[in-house]
Write a protein that binds this ligand. Structure first.
Ligand SMILES: O=C(O)C(=O)C[C@H](O)C(=O)CO
Ligand SMILES: [Zn+2]
Length: 280
């Protein structure tokens, strides 16, 4: 069993403007997240956000600290959000077991020491998507089931952006220091997420695209409104969105994604909406 962590530094709009496709992908695309029995982390210097994943198959996988944290244990100064996109899984947290069904979530506050991930069946393993941010206060752990989630419907078929947004880890559902996480599913026939696009210079964001059929893809848009770039994304890939960037996408089929963010405030609605006809 292996834990590894790749550190990515923050880039400014000036640098990103000059990047070619490979540089852009190396900087922002995060793949290899859902790997059997391994935890692969990317530590972004945008708000020190960590994005990871684990698929426990051979046995349980422990949440281990990584050198980038210089901490005795992973959650010494951090909080963690977990969303299961696979089969039923269990998470053992300092002796308390939480069972997460498909599309259920768990918030773990600062200070939990021993955390391990397991699947109930290796034939249908859990796939835990992980986001973590620095925390300065220990809030209680909380499981977020489908009844706890706040659901909103957005967009319309006429503008090809009809979608259902589910807020899992937001401050009206669970007490958090700065982490926010949720899930958005595009309705059949629609393709656009987060359109009209927005920017929130006070928070960075990470998108994790899943439920993308094997032969399909999502084109993720990023950049300043007058200088956009795109990154083609496959199933189970994530993309880091700098605070100065739009984050929107259009798929060749319907798809879902998990959004996670952190930064200056906990106000989900704090976003500056861009005029679609002004995007360049
Ligand atoms: O489809 C959407 O719109 C979203 O899911 C938007 C994200 O939640 C977001 O960008 C929050 O800032
Ligand atoms: Zn956003």
């Amino acid at each position: 069993m292996n834990t590894n962590c790749e550190v990515r530094y923050a880039a400014s709009p000036r640098e990103v403007k000059r990047m070619d496709t490979t540089e852009l992908r190396n900087e922002f695309l995060v793949d290899n997240l859902m790997v059997k029995d391994d935890i692969h982390w990317v530590y972004s210097h945008y708000d020190r956000y960590m994005v990871g994943g684990v698929v426990p198959i051979s046995g349980s996988v422990n949440l281990e600290t990584v050198d980038a944290l210089k901490a005795d244990y992973f959650l010494e100064r951090r909080e963690l959000g977990i969303i299961n996109i696979g089969g039923t899984g269990t998470i053992l947290v300092d002796g308390t077991e939480y069972v997460l069904e498909h599309k259920e979530a768990l918030y773990l506050g600062q200070g939990n020491k021993a955390v391990s991930f397991s699947s109930v069946s290796s034939d249908s393993p859990a796939q835990f998507y992980l986001n973590s941010t620095p925390a300065h206060k220990a809030f209680p752990n909380k499981k977020i089931g489908s009844d706890d989630v706040e659901v909103i419907e957005l967009g319309s078929p006429e503008t090809a952006n009809a979608r259902t947004l589910r807020k899992y880890i937001v401050n009206s559902v669970v007490d958090v220091c700065q982490l926010q996480m949720g899930m958005t599913t595009i309705k059949p026939g629609s393709s656009w997420n987060t359109m009209p696009a927005h920017v929130h210079d006070r928070r960075m964001e990470v998108y994790f695209y899943f439920e993308v059929p094997e032969d399909q893809a999502v084109c993720h848009f990023m950049g300043q409104t007058n200088e956009t770039r795109h990154i083609w994304m496959a199933n189970n890939e994530a993309v880091i969105s700098p605070p100065w960037s739009i984050h929107s996408g259009s798929g060749t089929s319907s798809y879902s994604f998990i959004w996670g963010m952190a930064g200056e405030n906990l106000d989900y609605g704090d976003m500056d909406v861009c005029n679609t006809n002004e995007l360049k």
